[in-house]
Design a protein around this ligand. Structure first.
Ligand SMILES: Cc1cc2nc3c(=O)[nH]c(=O)nc-3n(C[C@H](O)[C@H](O)[C@H](O)COP(=O)(O)O)c2cc1C
Length: 442
């Protein structure tokens, strides 16, 4: 395969991406996250160097160990602390022309009508450059605690609820107003044509709605629908709704199995194959040696505490409470609910025919500097560009979300040095189209 590739940047409106620690490093500017101009500069840089979109992960959760927030989450800012990225976006939209924006929002927090109106407004303000990353939400134990819910909703029920949530939101975006229903004619004084504004009638198991959606259609109507979550339920959901899927990277071969599965499920549902993207940590420097030196400095900032905290936040499992010499199967054998927070980060360590499951000690070591990050490439621009092409072909992905280690420095290094090489090799054709959807999906 030698298709066109897409590139986004994965960020959080907080101190630290990827469940690793690097903000204290002198090259990183991530700790400036609370300065809105930090983001304006980043967005302008991305627009100028030709990235497709800026992606914000988000959520209300945080890692819990025992029955309280994990101490390292607060001390080091791992998957804890930050602001609401959707509210930041209009500032960045006004500062850019072409760049798309994708923001994560969890189903089941707001009512769909609240979310639908917010995304209609973002689509309007950006002139058709918004995407929604649909998640059922990480760290749902913390979310349940924070919102005062009695119990954690089971993993697959959350996906059933998400399905209804998205169907209802789409009904507002796609069916509530016909094209041309907004008349706004001064001469006649007619604002909207009542015959072309429709009542939404939705009766679901989790949601009901019988009313009118006030937001007139925007350039894309529906935001570009992204999805992140790679469990079987997550992949089934992706095949039904997603136009772009953000998968958790494991090995290239294992990732390929997941991407093939998502495409097969979409085909079975009679839908076009979604664009599949994966995370990428790229440490690009003037020389291979300098890149490797930076990677070593990054790895030296990680420890077992950081790794275990992040892993607990994603899975509910405290790796340090387990026998380090046995595999994760010890958790399954112990019985009880497992995987109710998320399964992707459990399943990837259970082994497959021909590749035995790692021990807990090996998991702790392999996640050091890895966190929830995707693939890692280190070196000079040409080496990293080669790696990008190789990974795209081996893992069967259509693009990458760059997960910065040193903040703006990494986005600039990749944008200034690697993207031009890929462009020259024909992997980044200029995509025309009036909206983010047209440019991303063709
Ligand atoms: C690559 C990737 C990115 C994710 N990003 C977010 C996020 O930004 N916010 C969030 O609450 N959950 C995020 N999640 C969590 C899941 O989407 C999901 O809400 C839950 O953990 C179930 O995932 P599963 O289908 O993999 O079991 C992400 C998951 C993956 C695999």
């Amino acid at each position: 395969m030698s298709g066109a590739l897409r590139f986004g940047v994965f960020e959080v409106f907080g101190p630290q991406v990827g469940g690793t620690v690097s903000w204290p490093h002198p090259l990183s500017d991530s700790i400036e996250f609370a300065d809105p101009q930090h983001w304006v500069r980043l967005a302008r840089l991305m627009d100028a160097t030709g990235y497709d979109f800026l992606f914000f992960a988000d959520g209300f959760g945080y890692p819990i160990l025992g029955d309280d927030i994990a101490p390292a989450a607060v001390r080091s800012g791992i998957n804890f602390s930050g602001y609401d990225p959707a509210t930041l976006l209009p500032l960045l939209m006004a500062a850019t022309d072409r760049l798309g924006f994708v923001v994560t929002a969890t189903t089941g927090i707001d009512h769909p009508v609240q979310l639908a109106r917010r995304f209609s407004t973002l689509d309007l303000v950006s002139n058709g450059r918004i995407g929604w990353n649909i998640v059922t939400g990480a760290s749902q134990n913390a979310v349940a605690e924070l919102f005062g819910h009695e119990a954690l909703m089971p993993h697959d029920v959350r996906y059933a609820l998400a399905d209804e949530f998205v169907r209802l939101a789409r009904a507002y975006w796609e069916d509530a107003w016909d094209d041309g229903a907004l008349v706004a004619d001064r001469a006649t004084g007619v604002y909207a044509d009542a015959a072309r504004v429709h009542r939404t009638m939705f009766e679901g198991e989790h949601y009901r709605s019988r009313g009118y959606f006030g937001a007139p259609p925007t350039p894309q109507r529906t935001p570009v629908l992204f999805q992140a979550g790679t469990s079987p339920a997550g992949r089934a959901f992706a095949a039904t709704h997603a136009e772009c899927v953000f998968v958790q990277a494991t090995s290239p071969a294992h990732t390929r199995r997941n991407t093939d599965d998502i495409r097969a499920r979409a085909a079975a549902a009679g839908r076009p194959a979604p664009v599949v993207m994966v995370g990428l940590t790229a440490i690009v420097a003037e020389t291979i040696e300098r890149g490797e030196e930076l990677a070593r400095e990054f790895d030296a900032l990680q420890d077992d505490d950081v790794v275990a905290t992040l892993y607990a936040g994603n899975t509910g499992i405290d790796l340090r409470s387990l026998d380090p010499d046995r595999t994760l199967h010890q958790v399954l054998e112990a019985g009880g609910p497992v995987g109710q927070l998320g399964t992707s980060n459990i399943e990837r360590f259970l082994g497959t025919p021909g590749s035995p499951a790692p021990t807990v000690r090996e998991i702790l070591d392999s996640l050091k500097g890895q966190g929830t990050r995707g693939f890692r490439l280190v070196g000079d621009a040409a080496t990293v560009a080669d790696g990008v092409e190789r990974l795209a072909d081996e893992a069967g992905v259509d693009g990458f979300l760059l997960e910065p280690v040193f903040g703006t420095r990494d986005v600039a290094a990749f944008g200034d040095a690697v993207l031009p090489i890929l462009r020259e090799r024909g992997r980044l054709p200029r995509r025309e189209g009036a909206t983010f959807r047209h440019r991303l999906l063709g």
